[in-house]
Design a protein around this ligand. Structure first.
Ligand SMILES: [Zn+2]
Length: 283
């Protein structure tokens, strides 16, 4: 599953390649991957903006319709011009480099000189066509928590409603948007907070610090093109190299960069969790 920095990297790649282009034709190869609330021909308009809400991409069209895209586990977005890949992003399979369409191709958007392929091997991802004014009403977007560094008060309010460990709290997309396992571990290391700490024991300063550090970690990852975990590929088909600069994620057994103690790995809420038991305080 791509995390926020990977989806943001793809968003920026789409902005570079398809923004202001007109969708001339749409071909739906698998009906369940294209959830339209309108005539599919309404997708044929000029792309005026490409937004991101958490891990969801929203491609806005001039005719006031939008294409909401969720890559889920195995989605890919690939744009080609005469067989040449202008960019590709998403789950790493041979489809990123082989001839398209192939059996994973679900929807094709044709532009004047290029084509955008939505591929999805397992078929849990989708593109949804709906009126732009209805995007904010989608359940996923309505429930989505604030994304750091914005709306810190909303984050504080929401996290205080839960009396749970900080690790699962930060993975909950309705409390804070965009963080997955890698980024939660890195955020808690920077914040010097043990992942088993209870939210109720963390004061205003600690929670504020966690929220701002989450932004720092995600911005650093975007700068590095996302993480290489599961060989995530960004739009230029380069591997993201965030894991090279990670402090704790997948570093168990290695010395902590701050104190030299061995990084530990435990399981919390069924997720592999990496931390330094010397630097990170249990509250
Ligand atoms: Zn340490």
């Amino acid at each position: 599953m791509p995390e926020m920095p990977e989806v943001e990297t793809i968003r920026r790649g789409l902005v570079d390649t398809v923004l202001n282009k007109r969708v001339a034709e749409i071909k739906v190869l698998k009906a369940s991957s294209f959830r339209n609330e309108a005539d599919p021909r309404m997708a044929c308009s000029v792309i005026t903006d490409i937004k991101r809400y958490g891990k969801m991409l929203v491609i806005e069209l001039e005719n006031e319709f939008s294409l909401v895209t969720h890559l889920m586990m195995t989605g890919q977005l690939i744009i080609r011009e005469n067989e040449v890949t202008l960019f590709s992003g998403g789950h790493p399979t041979r489809s990123l480099i082989s001839a398209l369409p192939d059996k994973s191709t679900k929807v094709i958007f044709a532009f004047n000189n290029s084509k955008l392929f939505f591929n999805d091997e397992r078929g849990f991802g989708y593109v949804k066509l709906l009126e732009t004014k209805n995007v904010a009403e989608l359940d996923f977007i309505k429930k989505l928590g604030p994304e750091p560094p914005n709306d810190i008060d909303v984050f504080l309010q929401r996290i205080r409603k839960h009396k749970i460990m900080i690790k699962p709290a930060l993975l909950n997309q309705s409390i804070i948007a965009g963080l997955g396992n890698i980024y939660v571990d890195e955020t808690l290391f920077l914040s010097k907070v043990h992942p088993k700490s209870l939210t109720g024991n963390l004061n205003h300063t600690l929670l504020t610090n966690i929220y701002l550090n989450a932004d720092k970690v995600m911005q650093l990852s975007i700068k590095h093109g996302g993480s290489t975990w599961r060989n995530y590929l960004n739009v230029q088909q380069e591997m993201g190299d965030f894991l090279n600069v990670a402090n704790v994620y997948q570093k168990h057994g290695s010395p902590c960069k701050n104190c030299g103690a061995k990084i530990q790995k435990i399981r919390i809420a069924n997720r592999g969790t990496h931390f330094c038991q010397n630097c990170q305080v249990l509250y």
